[in-house]
Write a protein that binds this ligand. Structure first.
Ligand code: SAM
Length: 250
C-alpha cells in the first residue's frame, strides 16, 4: 500500500492527519475486538464514567456531540441511559469506523457525521454537551481541536475527555510501559494485521501532554471549572471543562 513504508512504518512526510485517518480506516474491522482484548474490557468502565460526568441529566432531551466517535461506544452508552431522550451526533473523519460500528447504534438517536474535529461542520453553540474518548491525542493541532469543541458547545455545556496517560506510580509505570511498548504492539499487529498502527499508539501517548498540561490547554481555549482525575491507577484520565455561561434546558 502506498501509504506504508517497507519496514511496516508510516511513510516519512505523510502528514499526521492523513496518517491517523489511514490507521483507523484500515483497522476499523478489528477495532472493537482489539479494544476489548488490549484493555481487558476496562475501557467499558471508563466510558461509563465519562457519561456519568457529562451532566446530561440537566438537559436529557439535548443534542450531544461525540467527536472522534469511532465505532459509537460512547454514543451508545449515552443513548442507553434510562431517562435520556435526546440525540447524539457522532463525528469522525475515518468513514470506515463509522460504517463498521453502525449496527451497534441501530434504532438509537445517533446521527453519524464524517467530519474533522479540527474543523467541525457545525454552527456555534449548538450542543448541550460533548465527549471525546481516546481521540484528542490523535489531533494534529490539539489546541485548535479543543477550541472547536468549545465553539460548538452551548453555554453551560460540558466537555468530557477520556485519554490515556502515564501512570504516576513508578513501579506500575514500568509494568505499564512493558505492556504498552512490548506486548500491545505485538498483539495489535497480530490481530489487526496492520504493521504499524499499534506501534503508533504508545508513541502518541508518550508525546501527549500530561493531565495538568491538558487541563491548562482547556483553560487556555476558554473552558471554566476544569478538573480531571485518574482512572485505573493512572492508565487513563478523565477531564471535564464547562463552557462559560448559563446552561439552557433540553
Ligand atoms: C482511538 S479511536 C477512538 C474511537 C472512540 N471514541 C472510542 O472511544 O472507541 C480515535 C478516533 O478518532 C478519530 N480521529 C482522529 N483524529 C480525528 C480528527 N481530526 N477528526 C475526526 N476524527 C478523528 C479516528 O478516526 C478514530 O476513529
Amino acid at each position: 500500500m502506498a501509504t506504508r513504508g517497507t519496514e511496516g512504518r508510516p511513510v516519512e512526510g505523510m502528514g499526521r492527519e492523513r496518517q491517523v485517518r489511514t490507521i483507523f480506516s484500515e483497522i476499523a474491522p478489528r477495532y472493537d475486538l482489539l479494544n476489548r482484548v488490549l484493555s481487558l474490557s476496562v475501557d467499558r468502565r471508563w466510558r461509563r464514567r465519562a457519561i456519568d460526568a457529562l451532566g446530561w441529566e440537566a438537559a436529557p432531551a439535548g443534542t450531544y456531540l461525540d467527536a472522534c466517535a469511532g465505532t459509537y461506544d460512547l454514543a451508545r452508552e449515552l443513548c442507553d441511559r434510562r431517562s435520556f431522550r435526546g440525540s447524539v451526533v457522532a463525528s469522525d473523519f475515518a468513514l470506515p469506523m463509522l460504517q463498521e460500528g453502525r449496527g451497534k447504534v441501530q434504532g438509537r438517536a445517533v446521527r453519524p457525521v464524517c467530519g474533522d474535529t479540527l474543523r467541525l461542520p457545525f454552527p456555534d453553540a449548538v450542543f448541550s454537551g460533548a465527549t471525546v474518548a481516546f481521540g484528542v491525542r490523535n489531533l494534529a493541532h490539539l489546541e485548535r481541536g479543543l477550541a472547536e469543541l468549545q465553539r460548538v458547545l452551548a453555554p453551560g455545556g460540558r466537555l468530557v475527555i477520556l485519554e490515556f496517560t502515564e501512570p504516576p506510580n513508578p513501579l506500575f509505570r514500568a509494568l505499564y510501559h512493558f505492556y504498552f511498548r512490548s506486548i500491545l504492539p505485538r498483539v495489535g499487529r497480530l490481530v489487526s494485521g496492520h504493521p504499524w498502527a499499534y506501534t503508533y499508539l504508545p508513541e502518541s501517548v508518550k508525546e501527549f501532554p500530561d493531565p495538568d498540561g491538558l487541563a491548562e490547554l482547556l483553560r487556555g481555549v476558554g473552558f471554566d471549572e476544569v478538573r480531571w482525575r485518574f482512572l485505573t491507577w493512572g492508565i487513563a484520565a478523565l477531564h471535564l471543562g464547562v463552557k462559560p455561561g448559563a446552561r439552557g434546558g433540553g
